[in-house]
Ligand binder design. Structure first.
Ligand code: RRO
Length: 318
């Protein structure tokens, strides 16, 4: 087996695959299943200050190529996840865990992070600025000034390891815009990409899900090319101290390999984890290891970021 260990900031992990926030991470039962699988670690469901029921059903559908969801941030509230992560940490003091969180309105970010700062949480916080499914709320990370304001506020309060979950960007100028903002802060990581917002899946002349007129976040194979591009370009534009978790469209060890080739330090799995359950992590690790063995790579740093591009040109906009 090749060496699949990795690091994000000063945090060390004994594997390179983990869940993407939202899948197998709602409660203690689901988190335990991921914790005891081959996954490097887990990230919790995105926690809001207060518990939420989320959107009406049906709110998620799997398709042959991927998935659509409009869960609407169902979660058990920040206190629950702080408490549960503390319990996992007590059992596994050397294993770093991720807590995902977000504010539903601008005034919520300060109390959220005051609470986290006042707790004994010592892992990594993933600030979700890209949920596409809360009715009436825009995806924050498409508003670069809002990201700047929120990170200014949050980093004044919270001095632990902090990262941001990003939506897919599609225009090179937007990659520059977001990188310019993120590079102003002492972030530990970004996680790119969240689901691609506001897609539509039809089954038998009917929208597959109910909320928002059938619109929801698209995940799975549909979005792998966007995930690869977002990891690749952000790796080129972000300062080296910001690690990258690459998420989007992972179905095989080959997909994990390609995200690392684009520069990912860790790889998130969401739609396929939903389809296959936590045993997916063992399969992905075995497949990745076999690819590395065949190529003579002993560790991830042997190929991370080494994508070859014919006649490469720099990623710039004029
Ligand atoms: O709960 C959701 O509807 C959800 C969230 Br918070 C997110 O970040 N991404 C997604 O696809 N669904």
């Amino acid at each position: 087996m090749a060496d699949l260990t990795t690091a994000i900031g000063g945090f060390h992990f004994d594997n390179t695959v983990m869940n993407g926030a939202g899948v197998w991470c709602y409660d203690e039962r689901e988190l335990t299943a991921v914790d005891t699988s081959a996954a490097a670690t887990f990230v919790t469901k995105t926690a809001t200050l207060d518990p939420r029921a989320g959107n009406p059903n049906p709110r998620m559908a799997a398709t042959e190529l991927g998935s659509i969801n409009s869960m609407g941030l169902p979660n058990k509230g920040l206190d629950y996840y702080l408490d549960i992560v503390a319990q996992f940490h007590a059992k596994n003091p050397d294993k770093p865990y991720f807590l995902s969180t977000t504010g539903l309105k601008p005034e919520e970010f300060t109390p959220l992070f005051q609470k986290i700062a006042a707790s004994n949480f010592s892992g990594l916080v993933e600030l979700n600025l890209s949920c596409p499914n809360v009715v009436g709320k825009p995806q924050i990370a498409y508003d670069f000034d809002a990201v700047d304001r929120i990170l200014t506020e949050v980093t004044a309060i919270y001095h632990g390891a902090l990262g941001v979950k990003l939506p897919p960007y599609f225009d090179l100028v937007h990659f520059h815009n977001i990188a310019d903002v993120l590079n102003k802060f002492d972030l530990t990581f970004v996680n790119t990409i969240n689901s691609a917002g506001n897609g539509l899946v039809i089954k038998d002349e009917t929208a597959a899900i109910a909320p928002k007129g059938g619109l929801g976040g698209i995940g799975g194979g549909y979005i792998k090319p966007m995930a690869l591009a977002n990891v690749r370009v952000l790796r080129q534009l972000l300062k080296p101290s910001i690690s990258i978790i690459g998420t989007g469209g992972v179905q095989t060890g080959r997909d994990v390999f390609e995200l690392i080739l684009c520069g990912a330090d860790m790889v998130g799995v969401a739609t396929q984890l939903g389809k296959e359950g936590p045993k997916v992590f063992e399969r992905l690790s075995t497949e990745l290891s076999a690819i590395m063995d065949a190529k003579g790579y002993r560790q991830l740093s042997d190929f991370r970021g080494q994508l070859r591009v014919p006649a490469e040109q720099p990623v710039t906009v004029h």
